[in-house]
Write a protein that binds this ligand. Structure first.
Ligand code: GLN
Length: 536
């Protein structure tokens, strides 16, 4: 078996250029050639993980099977490559320092002065290589968060410098930069890229490949200029022009030969062609929908582009499977009330109530759910969305006045959603929820069993509260039925209303498991129900 090759992806000039999408596209192309690949993200912030960050900081918090709360880029990695990630795939400065300081306290450094170099950089290098120790990968792609030149990412860049030296041919550095078009000059400008590469060179890292994000085609002249000033071959200057969708990027990178450049530089075979047939079919179907459905997304972070990233992407996968474009209309739950709910949601083909924490906007979610339950509009509740459906049903169908979740009202007379027993003894916030993949058994004959085509599923969780089993019989008798149970801990994981066209609430997060290769069955079925509702 040949040694693992390491691909580092750095970014320059500005943030938000799409390092995550480039890394994911590289992974996709290498997987499509039959290589085993994993991707990790190194984040320069001091939080141990993004689990305690609010969505205003870095958008959605993505959850892995093994229960890591991670950067949303890991969602892209999984959606593109269809390879699950894990705790080890997201490392922050916080994790690095915590580990080094713990070792220092145990006396493991035998009296040495503990320093950024070599102790912090050794720890970073250890974390980068850790993935290969667990499984023999052909390639490990490491995306370095932040922009070169940032003070906080310096130790990561230094670790890359050292690894390049140690790994020789088994390492390649891909640097993503911006080549802006200046309308007044009528030209693409290479200077920001030159400066960005110089900044990287100041840290001792010569990039092997430069990927140029641009909104106009890079001419041969520009390509040669960048090559000349940045010490790379013209074939290593890759154009990455704005495209219609992020799912175009692997195809675009294939056309630009990014995969071939990487293989050549790491002495890997280039003869085999990547098999992108399924991907191309997906893209074609996505771009040629036969119709459209309108789905309302009700949440309290709807103004943030990245807050519900995985839900948005799951709808793209599910819409494509159904041959329709899903038009997502967002509704801020704080502004939904009895007076305006009909006007806001009345024309929709389906409504999804989003996951979340905290009381803000809860009553709007409950009002929205009552409306769609009574109107027979397809409803999908995820995590807090399911909990709100239980509260709504308790209040308006069972007549439990003041029913609530104890997350929002500790002294509610009807705590239909309550904190899980296992959560009651926990005090700290970081990494302490019920996290990651748990088994769930589906009730034979239920809608979800037909949807999943199996009675045993595994889904990812991130919550502290749950359906209160004391109310189980009342709910079942009135028509809101528990149809998915975690048998070990006796937790209700899914509820549905069989009398409704499509009313499903799930305590877990199906959106974290939807990929291009395997769109999530619940999303696919929900979009189908919306399509049926639209054509009724
Ligand atoms: N706040 C709820 C809980 O902790 C729901 C969490 C979520 O939607 N992810 O149980």
């Amino acid at each position: 078996m040949s040694p693992t090759r390491y691909i580092f992806v750095t970014g320059g000039v500005t943030s938000s250029l799409g390092k995550g999408i480039i890394s994911s596209s590289i992974a996709k192309l290498l997987v499509a050639r039959g290589f085993s690949v994993t991707i990790q993200k190194l984040d320069p912030y001091i939080n141990i993980d993004p689990g305690t960050l609010n969505p205003y900081e870095h958008g959605e918090c993505f959850v892995t099977d093994d229960g890591a709360e991670t950067d949303l880029d890991l969602g892209h990695y999984e959606r593109f490559s269809n390879v699950p990630t894990s705790q080890a795939n997201n490392v922050t400065t916080g994790v690095i320092y915590q580990s080094v300081i713990t070792k220092e306290r145990k006396g493991e450094f035998l009296g040495e002065t503990v320093q950024v170099i070599p102790h912090i950089t050794d720890e970073i290098k250890y974390r980068i290589k850790l993935l290969a120790k667990r499984k023999p990968y052909d390639f490990i792609i490491t995306e370095i968060g932040g922009t070169v030149g940032d003070i906080e990412s310096l130790p990561f860049i230094e670790a890359v410098r050292q690894l390049r030296w140690e790994l020789g041919k088994n390492c390649v550095v891909v640097h993503l930069t911006l080549v802006p078009y200046l309308a007044a000059a009528g030209e693409l400008k290479t200077k920001p890229t030159q400066h960005s590469v110089k900044t990287l060179l100041e840290s001792g890292v010569q990039p092997d490949i430069i990927v140029c994000r641009c909104d106009k085609h890079i001419t041969e002249g520009i390509r040669h200029k960048i090559a000349l000033f940045c010490n790379v071959a013209p074939t290593s200057v890759i154009e990455c022009i704005d495209v219609e969708t992020i799912y175009d990027v692997p195809i675009q990178m294939r056309q630009e030969n990014l995969d071939v450049e990487i293989l050549r530089k790491t002495d890997m075979p280039t003869e085999t062609k990547p098999d992108l047939t399924d991907w191309e079919q997906f893209l074609f179907a996505m771009k040629h929908p036969a119709g459209e459905v309108n789905i309302g997304l009700v949440g309290k972070y709807v103004e943030l582009k990245d807050a519900y990233k995985s839900i948005n992407e799951s709808f793209i996968h599910a819409g494509t499977m159904n041959g329709v474009r899903v038009r997502i209309q967002t509704f801020h739950s704080e502004f939904i009330n009895d007076t305006n709910v009909e006007e806001k949601l009345g024309n929709l083909d389906g409504v999804l109530v989003a996951p979340g924490f905290g009381e803000r906007g809860i009553e709007g979610k409950i009002t929205a759910i009552r409306f769609v339950r009574e109107k027979g509009i397809p409803f999908f509740g995820i995590c807090l969305g399911m909990q709100c459906a239980v509260i709504e049903f308790g209040r308006n169908v069972l007549g439990l006045k003041g029913a609530h979740s104890t997350e929002f009202d500790r002294s509610t007379p009807y705590p239909v959603i309550d904190m899980m027993e296992m959560q009651k003894k926990i005090s700290g916030l970081g990494g302490t929820m019920r996290l990651g993949s748990y088994p769930c058994r589906l009730v034979p004959g239920s809608k979800v069993t037909t949807i999943y085509k199996t009675e045993n599923i595994q889904e990812r969780h991130r919550h502290r509260f749950e359906f209160n089993n004391e109310y189980l019989e009342k709910y079942t008798a009135a028509g809101m039925v528990p149809v998915g149970i975690n048998e070990k801990d006796n937790l209700v994981e899914i509820i549905e209303i069989p009398d409704h066209p499509w009313f499903v609430g799930v305590q877990f997060h199906p959106e974290f498991k939807s990929t291009v290769a395997q769109p999530h069955p619940l999303f696919v079925s929900f979009v189908k129900a919306a399509k049926d509702y639209a054509g009724r």
